[in-house]
Design a protein around this ligand. Structure first.
Ligand code: SAM
Length: 241
C-alpha cells in the first residue's frame, strides 16, 4: 500500500481525511499495520498506522527512477487523449511533460485540465512506485518550448521523411553508447511529438535551428497519443536494457 503524503511532522505522517478513510475504512488497516508513504519528491518511508496518523519506521531506498532526465514536449491532442499520455509516460519514467500549442493544435486547455493532468501524474507515480512525480508544465507555444530547451540531446519525432530511427540515434550518442551514460552521468533528453495533423515545415525548421534532431519512430504513422508513449518506451528500453 503506497500513499502520497503532503505533510510530515518529525516522525509523524499527517493523513488527509480521504487517506484516513482509505486506510481505515476501505483497507481496514489497524494500528501497527504497515504502509509506504512517499512525498513525490524522492523520499519513501516505511510507516505504520498509529491512530489517524502514520509513524515513520525507516527511510526506504527507491530504485525506480531512470538515470536520465526525459522531458517530453507533446502537441496537445484532441479530447482526453492527453490523460493517457500523462498516465503512460509517468509509468514509463518521464521527468517533465510540456503540453505544447502548435500551428495545428486545435485546443487551448482550461486551467482545470492542467490540475487534472497533475493529479493523473501523481496517481500514476504512486501506482508505478516512482520516487518522483513528473512535473507537468503549463501549456506553452511550440516556439517558446523549443527555444527554451537546454537539454544536451534534443529530438523531434517526424512521421514523414527519411530520418534515422530514434533507437539508432540513442545508441550512437556522439560515439557513446547510452549504456555507458547510464549509471555514470545524468543525461538530459528532450523529445517532441506532434499533433494529429503533424508538424508544419516551419516548425520542423524552427526545431532544427534550436538543435533538435528529427527522428523516426518506424514506418507506420502513429496516432498523436501513441507517438509519445512509443518514444518514451524506446528511451526507457535503451536506458534499462
Ligand atoms: N498526418 C501527420 C503527418 O503526416 O505528419 C501524422 C501526424 S501523427 C498522427 C502525430 C505525430 O506523431 C507526428 O507529428 C509525429 O511527431 C509523431 N509520429 C507519428 N508516427 C511517427 C513515426 N512513424 N515516426 C516519427 N514520428 C511519428
Amino acid at each position: 500500500i503506497t500513499i502520497q503524503i503532503s505533510q510530515i511532522q518529525e516522525t509523524k505522517i499527517l493523513l488527509t481525511p480521504q487517506q484516513q478513510h482509505y486506510l481505515l475504512r476501505v483497507l481496514r488497516l489497524q494500528d501497527g499495520d504497515k504502509f509506504i508513504a512517499m512525498d513525490g519528491m524522492g523520499k519513501w518511508w516505511l510507516t505504520h498506522l498509529k491512530g489517524e496518523t502514520g509513524e515513520i519506521l525507516e527511510l526506504l531506498e527507491v530504485k525506480t527512477e531512470l538515470p536520465v532526465s526525459i522531458t517530453l514536449m507533446v502537441a496537445l491532442p484532441k479530447g482526453n487523449g492527453f490523460d493517457d499520455v500523462v498516465r503512460c509516460c509517468t509509468e514509463l519514467g518521464v521527468t517533465c511533460i510540456v503540453p505544447v500549442l502548435s500551428d495545428r493544435t486545435l485546443i487551448n486547455p482550461s486551467p482545470q485540465k492542467l490540475e487534472r493532468w497533475r493529479r493523473i501524474a501523481a496517481e500514476a507515480a504512486e501506482q508505478s512506485e516512482r520516487a518522483f512525480v513528473p512535473t507537468i508544465l503549463e501549456p506553452v507555444a511550440f516556439s517558446t518550448a523549443v527555444n527554451a530547451s537546454t537539454a544536451n540531446q534534443r529530438y523531434i519525432c517526424e512521421a514523414r521523411g527519411n530520418y534515422p530511427h530514434l533507437t539508432q540515434v540513442l545508441n550512437n550518442l556522439s560515439g557513446e553508447n547510452i549504456g555507458e551514460i547510464v549509471g555514470e552521468k545524468i543525461d538530459e533528453i528532450v523529445i517532441a511529438t506532434g499533433p494529429e495533423g503533424g508538424w508544419t515545415d516551419k516548425e520542423i525548421e524552427m526545431a532544427i535551428k534550436a538543435k533538435f534532431q528529427p527522428v523516426s519512430l518506424g514506418c507506420r504513422i502513429l496516432r498523436a497519443v501513441t507517438a509519445p508513449i512509443v518514444a518514451l518506451s524506446l528511451i526507457t528500453a535503451a536506458c534499462e536494457a
